[in-house]
Write a new protein. Sequence first.
Length: 179
Amino acid sequence: MTITDPRKRVLNTIRNIPDWPEPGVTFRDITPVLQDPVCFRSLIDIFVYRYMRTRVDLVAGVDARGFIVGSVLAYELNLGFVPVRKKGKLPFDTLIEDYELEYGMSSVEIHTDALRPGQRVLLVDDLIATGGTMLAASRLLQRLGANVVEAVAIVDLPDLGGSKALEKEGLNVFSVCQF
């Protein structure tokens, strides 16, 4: 059977790995989506068709899987790409935003010259769980004066509350599939 609906193609290609990284957790692995050229093209096309008529200046991708989809999307939309990295990975002057994890703290950073105030930015990551990383990345972009047009992900895990937390902060959220 050939799947013609691009969202169903992506959803059906994501690999579920039970009990990883710990018992009771099902990891949603996008690696098979990236490995399958038809599925990967379908994924990128979903995003391109959504944003091709939207006024956007840059795509920002969150370390690391957000880089994969975000950079291809930026290329397809003829836009620049901005990496939002884990702390300590960028060589120039940076802004840092700390955020809470389930068991501790983490940080993301961005170059201070990554964008100009007023630029409209799509924020891309592979997955929205609790929303902490996306919220921190959005705050960094906003601290530089960006208007975050939408928080974009392949997968949303709505039961973990991340998309609601992003929306509560005033962000529009779009995901290809939900689990």
